[in-house]
Design a protein around this ligand. Structure first.
Ligand code: ADP
Ligand code: MG
Length: 308
């Protein structure tokens, strides 16, 4: 469905995307994961025909995005990092405007009603976009991308700037769309792709460094379990003890509380889960654990695990 070959982009002397190739097949939901400045937006903009490449090519369902942009673009709904919304329109007017722009031929009323429904915009459809919350603005952006029912959806950092509840809502919407769309979701947030995508491409400094099933990335993360633990006891003695525990890769002191407790971050060695071990060992020392919390792997943890 999407075929990217040797895609490369220079901005002047600056190499932003370095010879990237990958394929996305019909129905896949693929995460495009990388830190800020990695080249995600540049790649998304080239795939969607919004930016020309320096070399390489991209085909959408066999159609070259540069040679035949109008045909190829019809297959794609794109939510750019900064969605181009018109703030003095309401959502319904905006969708009608996009409908005309895309020269959509579906039944106008039915189609727009359906999009408003799917995106949960019913109550907001007559309110000016300028007065909507960031979460609703983002829904309007996604709604615009849905006009004319393109089979492919591309989202560039769709949850940036949203509050935690809005983030969950937008992720749920994307997951729902994934049931009948081919999707690329670009983000710098590992849990976001873990929550939504079946496969993850990792980009770093313009280069594609991994292309793996989400399960494989998850088990990489689990192999390197990380958690915080709050323990009551003398900080130096506890820290020494924790660092000597078999299976502890790294122990960091985080902070001390007023109740004589301290918080530590523990990174386990591959194959070790120290949560139970420490429960018994610290009980024996009479250093009570008053709090314990798993810390999800970060993108940095994955980078380190992969380059090991
Ligand atoms: P990401 O979306 O992963 O954060 P971008 O694709 O926006 O990364 O940027 C990749 C690199 O290209 C960054 O180093 C960025 O500073 C640079 N870059 C992006 N856009 C431009 C531009 N218009 N001109 C020059 N450099 C740019
Ligand atoms: Mg970006």
């Amino acid at each position: 469905m999407i075929n990217v070959e040797h895609l490369t982009k220079y901005y002047g002397q600056k190499l932003a995307v370095d010879d990237i190739s990958f394929t996305v097949t019909k129905g896949e939901v693929v995460g495009f994961l990388g830190p800020n400045g990695a080249g995600k937006s540049t790649t998304m903009n080239m795939i969607t025909g919004c930016l020309s490449s320096t070399s390489g090519q991209c085909k959408i369902d066999g159609i070259d995005i540069i040679e035949n942009p109008n045909e190829a673009k019809k297959l794609i709904g794109f939510l750019p990092e900064q969605p181009p919304l018109y703030y003095d329109m309401n959502p319904r007017e905006y969708l009608n405007f996009i409908y005309d722009l895309k020269k959509c031929t579906l039944n106008r009323r039915e189609h727009i009603n359906e999009i408003i429904d799917v995106m949960g915009l019913g109550e907001m459809q007559h309110r000016l976009i300028s007065q909507l919350s960031k979460g609703y603005k983002q829904r309007v952006g996604i709604a615009g991308a849905l006009v004319s029912n393109p089979p492919i959806m591309i989202f560039d950092e769709p949850t940036i700037g949203l509050d935690p509840r809005q983030i969950i809502e937008i992720r749920d919407l994307i997951r729902t769309l994934g049931a009948d769309h081919t999707i690329i979701l670009s983000t710098h947030i590992l849990p976001e792709v873990q929550a939504v995508c079946g496969r993850i491409l990792i980009i770093d400094r313009g280069k594609l460094i991994a292309d793996q099933k989400t399960d494989e990335i998850n088990s990489l993360a689990e192999d390197n379990r990380k958690f915080t633990v709050r323990i009551v006891g003398s900080k130096n003695e506890v820290l020494n003890f924790l660092r000597k525990t078999e299976g502890a890769a790294k122990v960091d002191f985080m902070s001390s509380g007023k109740d004589g407790s301290s918080l530590y971050m523990i990174q386990c060695k591959k194959g070790y889960d120290l949560r139970k071990t420490l429960f018994y060992a610290l009980a024996e020392k009479r250093w009570p654990i008053i709090e314990m919390q798993n810390v999800g792997a970060s993108l940095e943890d994955i980078f380190i695990a992969m380059t090991r």
